[in-house]
Design a protein around this ligand. Structure first.
Ligand code: PLP
Length: 358
Protein backbone atom coordinates (compact mmCIF):
# COMPACT_ATOMS: atom_id res chain seq x y z
CA UNK A 1 0.00 0.00 0.00
CA UNK A 2 0.96 3.66 -0.07
CA UNK A 3 1.54 3.84 3.67
CA UNK A 4 5.27 3.59 2.92
CA UNK A 5 5.02 7.35 2.33
CA UNK A 6 3.68 7.98 5.82
CA UNK A 7 5.66 9.36 8.70
CA UNK A 8 6.05 6.42 11.10
CA UNK A 9 3.80 8.03 13.73
CA UNK A 10 0.81 8.16 11.38
CA UNK A 11 0.43 4.42 11.18
CA UNK A 12 0.31 4.17 14.98
CA UNK A 13 -2.44 6.78 15.48
CA UNK A 14 -5.89 5.68 16.65
CA UNK A 15 -8.00 8.60 15.40
CA UNK A 16 -11.17 9.72 17.17
CA UNK A 17 -14.37 8.50 15.53
CA UNK A 18 -17.14 11.12 15.77
CA UNK A 19 -20.79 10.11 15.92
CA UNK A 20 -22.23 9.81 12.44
CA UNK A 21 -23.75 12.79 10.61
CA UNK A 22 -25.99 11.01 8.11
CA UNK A 23 -27.49 12.93 5.22
CA UNK A 24 -30.80 11.05 5.45
CA UNK A 25 -33.79 13.33 6.01
CA UNK A 26 -36.30 12.76 8.79
CA UNK A 27 -33.89 11.17 11.25
CA UNK A 28 -34.28 11.84 14.95
CA UNK A 29 -30.65 12.59 15.63
CA UNK A 30 -29.82 12.05 19.29
CA UNK A 31 -26.27 10.74 18.86
CA UNK A 32 -23.82 13.67 19.02
CA UNK A 33 -25.15 15.96 21.78
CA UNK A 34 -25.95 18.83 19.45
CA UNK A 35 -28.51 21.36 20.62
CA UNK A 36 -31.96 20.63 19.17
CA UNK A 37 -32.66 24.36 18.84
CA UNK A 38 -31.13 26.65 16.20
CA UNK A 39 -28.70 29.40 17.23
CA UNK A 40 -29.94 32.83 18.27
CA UNK A 41 -31.37 34.89 15.39
CA UNK A 42 -28.83 37.54 16.40
CA UNK A 43 -26.05 35.11 15.48
CA UNK A 44 -27.44 34.70 11.97
CA UNK A 45 -27.84 38.47 11.60
CA UNK A 46 -24.26 39.06 12.74
CA UNK A 47 -22.89 36.47 10.32
CA UNK A 48 -24.87 38.02 7.48
CA UNK A 49 -23.66 41.51 8.36
CA UNK A 50 -20.06 40.31 8.60
CA UNK A 51 -20.32 38.65 5.19
CA UNK A 52 -21.15 41.92 3.42
CA UNK A 53 -17.64 43.31 3.45
CA UNK A 54 -14.04 42.42 4.13
CA UNK A 55 -13.99 38.70 3.26
CA UNK A 56 -11.11 39.42 0.88
CA UNK A 57 -9.01 40.30 3.93
CA UNK A 58 -7.62 37.99 6.59
CA UNK A 59 -9.68 38.02 9.78
CA UNK A 60 -8.39 39.42 13.09
CA UNK A 61 -5.78 36.78 14.04
CA UNK A 62 -6.32 37.48 17.74
CA UNK A 63 -10.16 37.50 17.67
CA UNK A 64 -10.04 40.43 20.08
CA UNK A 65 -13.70 41.49 19.87
CA UNK A 66 -14.89 37.95 20.49
CA UNK A 67 -12.48 37.50 23.39
CA UNK A 68 -13.74 40.76 24.89
CA UNK A 69 -17.35 39.53 24.68
CA UNK A 70 -16.47 36.19 26.30
CA UNK A 71 -14.43 37.92 29.00
CA UNK A 72 -17.31 40.31 29.75
CA UNK A 73 -19.69 37.36 30.06
CA UNK A 74 -17.46 35.62 32.61
CA UNK A 75 -16.01 38.65 34.44
CA UNK A 76 -12.48 38.09 33.10
CA UNK A 77 -9.93 40.15 31.16
CA UNK A 78 -9.75 39.46 27.41
CA UNK A 79 -6.12 38.33 27.87
CA UNK A 80 -7.44 35.53 30.11
CA UNK A 81 -9.48 34.12 27.20
CA UNK A 82 -8.23 32.01 24.28
CA UNK A 83 -10.35 30.97 21.29
CA UNK A 84 -9.88 28.24 18.72
CA UNK A 85 -11.54 26.33 15.92
CA UNK A 86 -13.80 24.23 18.13
CA UNK A 87 -12.84 23.20 21.64
CA UNK A 88 -11.25 20.09 20.16
CA UNK A 89 -8.59 22.35 18.65
CA UNK A 90 -8.29 24.29 21.92
CA UNK A 91 -7.79 20.99 23.78
CA UNK A 92 -5.17 19.86 21.25
CA UNK A 93 -3.19 23.07 21.76
CA UNK A 94 -3.53 22.75 25.54
CA UNK A 95 -2.22 19.18 25.52
CA UNK A 96 0.84 20.31 23.55
CA UNK A 97 1.29 23.43 25.66
CA UNK A 98 1.04 21.83 29.11
CA UNK A 99 1.16 18.04 29.11
CA UNK A 100 4.36 17.11 27.29
CA UNK A 101 6.34 16.84 30.51
CA UNK A 102 9.33 14.60 29.86
CA UNK A 103 7.42 11.33 29.70
CA UNK A 104 5.36 11.86 32.85
CA UNK A 105 1.82 10.51 32.50
CA UNK A 106 -1.33 12.61 32.18
CA UNK A 107 -4.02 11.56 34.65
CA UNK A 108 -7.61 11.10 33.51
CA UNK A 109 -10.62 8.93 34.42
CA UNK A 110 -10.87 5.58 32.61
CA UNK A 111 -14.23 6.60 31.22
CA UNK A 112 -14.24 10.09 29.76
CA UNK A 113 -14.17 12.01 26.47
CA UNK A 114 -12.21 9.70 24.20
CA UNK A 115 -10.44 12.50 22.33
CA UNK A 116 -8.11 13.04 25.32
CA UNK A 117 -6.33 9.74 24.76
CA UNK A 118 -6.16 10.46 21.02
CA UNK A 119 -4.23 13.71 21.64
CA UNK A 120 -1.92 11.86 24.00
CA UNK A 121 -1.13 9.41 21.18
CA UNK A 122 -0.56 12.25 18.77
CA UNK A 123 1.82 14.09 21.09
CA UNK A 124 3.51 11.08 22.71
CA UNK A 125 2.07 11.80 26.16
CA UNK A 126 1.73 8.68 28.36
CA UNK A 127 -1.70 8.24 29.94
CA UNK A 128 -2.60 7.01 33.39
CA UNK A 129 -6.27 6.10 33.55
CA UNK A 130 -7.95 6.19 36.94
CA UNK A 131 -11.01 3.93 37.28
CA UNK A 132 -14.33 5.58 38.08
CA UNK A 133 -15.96 4.17 41.19
CA UNK A 134 -19.32 2.48 41.68
CA UNK A 135 -22.07 4.15 39.64
CA UNK A 136 -19.41 5.59 37.28
CA UNK A 137 -18.63 8.30 39.83
CA UNK A 138 -15.27 10.05 40.02
CA UNK A 139 -13.48 10.24 43.36
CA UNK A 140 -11.07 13.12 42.75
CA UNK A 141 -8.66 11.86 45.42
CA UNK A 142 -8.02 8.90 43.09
CA UNK A 143 -6.50 11.23 40.47
CA UNK A 144 -2.96 11.05 41.84
CA UNK A 145 0.12 9.15 40.69
CA UNK A 146 1.74 7.66 43.72
CA UNK A 147 5.39 8.62 43.99
CA UNK A 148 5.91 9.58 40.35
CA UNK A 149 5.72 12.97 38.66
CA UNK A 150 2.63 13.63 36.55
CA UNK A 151 2.13 15.71 33.44
CA UNK A 152 -1.16 17.11 34.72
CA UNK A 153 -4.82 16.20 34.97
CA UNK A 154 -7.71 16.41 32.53
CA UNK A 155 -11.35 15.98 33.54
CA UNK A 156 -14.58 16.68 31.75
CA UNK A 157 -17.00 18.33 34.18
CA UNK A 158 -19.73 17.20 33.84
CA UNK A 159 -18.12 14.02 32.61
CA UNK A 160 -18.83 12.59 29.19
CA UNK A 161 -20.40 10.20 28.48
CA UNK A 162 -21.71 9.67 32.03
CA UNK A 163 -23.28 13.15 32.42
CA UNK A 164 -22.29 13.29 36.09
CA UNK A 165 -20.95 16.60 37.41
CA UNK A 166 -18.41 17.32 40.15
CA UNK A 167 -19.09 19.92 42.85
CA UNK A 168 -16.75 22.92 42.84
CA UNK A 169 -15.13 21.72 46.07
CA UNK A 170 -13.93 18.59 44.23
CA UNK A 171 -12.38 20.71 41.47
CA UNK A 172 -10.68 22.77 44.15
CA UNK A 173 -9.32 19.62 45.77
CA UNK A 174 -7.89 18.57 42.40
CA UNK A 175 -6.22 21.96 41.96
CA UNK A 176 -4.64 21.67 45.40
CA UNK A 177 -3.46 18.10 44.77
CA UNK A 178 -1.53 19.27 41.68
CA UNK A 179 -0.26 22.78 42.40
CA UNK A 180 2.68 22.43 39.98
CA UNK A 181 0.72 21.04 37.05
CA UNK A 182 -2.13 22.25 34.90
CA UNK A 183 -5.55 20.88 35.78
CA UNK A 184 -7.68 21.12 32.64
CA UNK A 185 -11.42 21.18 33.28
CA UNK A 186 -13.40 20.63 30.08
CA UNK A 187 -16.80 22.22 30.74
CA UNK A 188 -18.41 21.39 27.38
CA UNK A 189 -21.77 20.76 29.11
CA UNK A 190 -21.56 23.01 32.14
CA UNK A 191 -24.36 25.35 31.01
CA UNK A 192 -26.93 22.57 31.47
CA UNK A 193 -26.93 22.83 35.24
CA UNK A 194 -23.42 22.18 36.61
CA UNK A 195 -21.04 24.45 38.55
CA UNK A 196 -18.38 26.21 36.51
CA UNK A 197 -14.80 26.51 37.75
CA UNK A 198 -14.33 29.86 35.98
CA UNK A 199 -14.82 31.59 39.34
CA UNK A 200 -11.68 29.83 40.62
CA UNK A 201 -9.38 31.17 37.89
CA UNK A 202 -8.25 34.19 39.88
CA UNK A 203 -7.24 31.95 42.77
CA UNK A 204 -5.51 29.09 40.94
CA UNK A 205 -2.63 29.67 38.49
CA UNK A 206 -2.84 26.00 37.41
CA UNK A 207 -6.51 26.02 36.31
CA UNK A 208 -7.49 25.97 32.64
CA UNK A 209 -11.22 25.86 31.88
CA UNK A 210 -12.35 24.89 28.37
CA UNK A 211 -15.78 25.74 26.92
CA UNK A 212 -17.44 25.16 23.56
CA UNK A 213 -20.18 26.93 21.63
CA UNK A 214 -21.20 23.60 20.09
CA UNK A 215 -23.61 22.45 22.78
CA UNK A 216 -25.32 25.11 24.90
CA UNK A 217 -25.03 27.82 22.21
CA UNK A 218 -26.27 25.70 19.30
CA UNK A 219 -23.21 26.40 17.15
CA UNK A 220 -21.58 23.02 16.49
CA UNK A 221 -21.41 23.96 12.80
CA UNK A 222 -19.51 27.20 13.42
CA UNK A 223 -16.56 25.56 15.23
CA UNK A 224 -15.70 27.82 18.14
CA UNK A 225 -14.06 26.74 21.40
CA UNK A 226 -12.72 28.72 24.34
CA UNK A 227 -10.07 28.32 27.03
CA UNK A 228 -9.95 30.49 30.13
CA UNK A 229 -7.18 30.80 32.68
CA UNK A 230 -4.58 33.17 34.03
CA UNK A 231 -2.52 35.07 31.47
CA UNK A 232 0.55 32.86 31.65
CA UNK A 233 -1.54 29.87 30.53
CA UNK A 234 -3.24 31.84 27.75
CA UNK A 235 0.17 33.08 26.59
CA UNK A 236 1.32 29.46 26.22
CA UNK A 237 -1.77 28.63 24.14
CA UNK A 238 -1.13 31.70 21.94
CA UNK A 239 2.44 30.55 21.35
CA UNK A 240 1.24 27.12 20.23
CA UNK A 241 -1.58 28.55 18.12
CA UNK A 242 0.75 30.98 16.37
CA UNK A 243 3.10 28.10 15.62
CA UNK A 244 0.26 26.19 13.96
CA UNK A 245 -2.38 28.48 12.39
CA UNK A 246 -2.57 32.24 12.94
CA UNK A 247 -6.19 32.44 11.74
CA UNK A 248 -8.10 29.56 13.35
CA UNK A 249 -11.37 31.52 13.45
CA UNK A 250 -12.69 33.04 10.27
CA UNK A 251 -14.43 36.40 10.18
CA UNK A 252 -17.93 34.90 10.13
CA UNK A 253 -17.24 32.61 13.07
CA UNK A 254 -15.84 35.47 15.12
CA UNK A 255 -18.91 37.61 14.42
CA UNK A 256 -21.42 34.82 15.04
CA UNK A 257 -19.77 33.65 18.23
CA UNK A 258 -19.63 37.19 19.61
CA UNK A 259 -23.35 37.65 18.93
CA UNK A 260 -24.08 34.37 20.73
CA UNK A 261 -22.49 35.75 23.91
CA UNK A 262 -24.44 38.98 23.54
CA UNK A 263 -27.85 37.26 23.51
CA UNK A 264 -28.13 36.09 27.10
CA UNK A 265 -31.94 35.81 26.97
CA UNK A 266 -31.90 33.32 24.08
CA UNK A 267 -29.11 31.33 25.72
CA UNK A 268 -31.08 31.05 28.97
CA UNK A 269 -34.32 30.19 27.19
CA UNK A 270 -32.86 27.33 25.12
CA UNK A 271 -30.78 25.77 27.85
CA UNK A 272 -33.75 25.89 30.24
CA UNK A 273 -35.85 24.15 27.57
CA UNK A 274 -33.24 21.40 27.20
CA UNK A 275 -32.94 20.92 30.98
CA UNK A 276 -36.71 20.75 31.29
CA UNK A 277 -36.94 18.11 28.54
CA UNK A 278 -34.11 16.17 30.16
CA UNK A 279 -36.01 15.78 33.41
CA UNK A 280 -39.14 14.61 31.59
CA UNK A 281 -37.22 12.20 29.39
CA UNK A 282 -35.38 10.72 32.37
CA UNK A 283 -38.70 9.92 34.07
CA UNK A 284 -40.12 8.35 30.91
CA UNK A 285 -37.03 6.19 30.43
CA UNK A 286 -37.21 5.07 34.05
CA UNK A 287 -40.86 4.13 33.47
CA UNK A 288 -39.62 1.91 30.64
CA UNK A 289 -37.25 0.17 33.06
CA UNK A 290 -34.03 1.99 32.23
CA UNK A 291 -31.46 2.93 34.85
CA UNK A 292 -30.67 6.60 34.23
CA UNK A 293 -27.51 8.19 35.59
CA UNK A 294 -28.07 11.65 37.12
CA UNK A 295 -27.27 14.12 34.33
CA UNK A 296 -26.15 17.76 34.42
CA UNK A 297 -25.76 17.79 30.64
CA UNK A 298 -27.87 17.70 27.48
CA UNK A 299 -27.73 13.92 27.31
CA UNK A 300 -28.69 10.89 29.39
CA UNK A 301 -26.52 7.83 29.96
CA UNK A 302 -28.82 4.86 30.44
CA UNK A 303 -28.90 1.08 30.54
CA UNK A 304 -31.68 -1.46 30.58
CA UNK A 305 -31.28 -4.49 32.84
CA UNK A 306 -33.11 -6.76 30.40
CA UNK A 307 -32.05 -5.52 26.96
CA UNK A 308 -28.68 -5.43 25.25
CA UNK A 309 -27.58 -1.86 24.46
CA UNK A 310 -26.18 -2.76 21.04
CA UNK A 311 -29.45 -4.45 20.04
CA UNK A 312 -31.45 -1.45 21.25
CA UNK A 313 -29.24 1.01 19.35
CA UNK A 314 -29.61 -1.03 16.16
CA UNK A 315 -33.37 -1.33 16.63
CA UNK A 316 -33.69 2.42 17.16
CA UNK A 317 -31.64 3.03 14.04
CA UNK A 318 -34.09 0.91 12.00
CA UNK A 319 -36.79 3.21 13.33
CA UNK A 320 -34.83 6.30 12.25
CA UNK A 321 -33.70 7.26 15.76
CA UNK A 322 -29.95 7.62 16.25
CA UNK A 323 -28.37 7.31 19.70
CA UNK A 324 -24.73 6.67 20.65
CA UNK A 325 -23.49 3.26 21.75
CA UNK A 326 -19.82 2.89 22.74
CA UNK A 327 -18.41 -0.62 22.43
CA UNK A 328 -15.98 0.02 25.27
CA UNK A 329 -15.20 -1.88 28.49
CA UNK A 330 -17.50 -1.06 31.44
CA UNK A 331 -19.96 0.95 29.32
CA UNK A 332 -20.92 -1.44 26.52
CA UNK A 333 -24.37 -1.88 28.07
CA UNK A 334 -25.08 1.87 28.12
CA UNK A 335 -26.68 4.16 25.57
CA UNK A 336 -25.94 7.85 25.42
CA UNK A 337 -29.06 9.71 24.37
CA UNK A 338 -28.99 13.42 23.50
CA UNK A 339 -31.93 15.40 24.84
CA UNK A 340 -33.93 16.60 21.85
CA UNK A 341 -37.01 18.76 21.43
CA UNK A 342 -40.17 17.46 23.14
CA UNK A 343 -41.23 15.94 19.79
CA UNK A 344 -37.88 14.18 19.36
CA UNK A 345 -38.02 12.82 22.92
CA UNK A 346 -41.51 11.51 22.21
CA UNK A 347 -40.31 9.86 18.98
CA UNK A 348 -37.54 8.15 20.94
CA UNK A 349 -39.94 6.80 23.56
CA UNK A 350 -42.38 5.57 20.88
CA UNK A 351 -39.54 3.84 19.00
CA UNK A 352 -38.36 2.16 22.21
CA UNK A 353 -41.75 0.69 23.18
CA UNK A 354 -41.86 -2.09 20.54
CA UNK A 355 -38.17 -2.88 21.15
CA UNK A 356 -38.88 -3.43 24.84
CA UNK A 357 -42.26 -5.01 24.01
CA UNK A 358 -44.19 -2.68 26.32
C1 PLP B 1 -18.49 18.07 22.31
C2 PLP B 1 -17.32 18.03 23.21
C3 PLP B 1 -16.14 18.70 22.90
C4 PLP B 1 -15.88 19.28 21.53
O1 PLP B 1 -16.52 20.39 21.22
P1 PLP B 1 -16.20 21.18 19.89
O2 PLP B 1 -16.09 22.58 20.37
O3 PLP B 1 -17.37 20.95 19.00
O4 PLP B 1 -14.90 20.69 19.29
C5 PLP B 1 -15.13 18.73 23.84
N1 PLP B 1 -15.23 18.08 25.00
C6 PLP B 1 -16.32 17.39 25.32
C7 PLP B 1 -16.38 16.67 26.62
C8 PLP B 1 -17.39 17.33 24.43
O5 PLP B 1 -18.46 16.59 24.72
Amino acid sequence: MHSSFWSPLVGTLKPYVPGEQPRMAGLVKLNTNENPYPPSPRVLAAIHAASLSGLERYPDPESIELRRAIAAHHGLQWAEVFVGNGSDEVLAHAFLAFFQQGGAPLLMPDITYSFYAVYCDLYGIPVQKVPLREGLRLEVGDLVAKGTPTAGVVVANPNAPTGIGLPLADVQQLLRLHPDRVVLVDEAYVDFGAQSAVSLIEQYPNLLVVHTLSKSRSLAGLRVGVAMGQRHLIDALERVKNSFNSYPLDKLAQAGAQAAYEDQAYFDQTRQAVMHSREGLALQLEDLGFEVLPSQTNFLFVRHPAHDAGVLAAGLRERAVLVRHFRLPRIEQYLRITVGTPDQCLALIEALRPLLSV
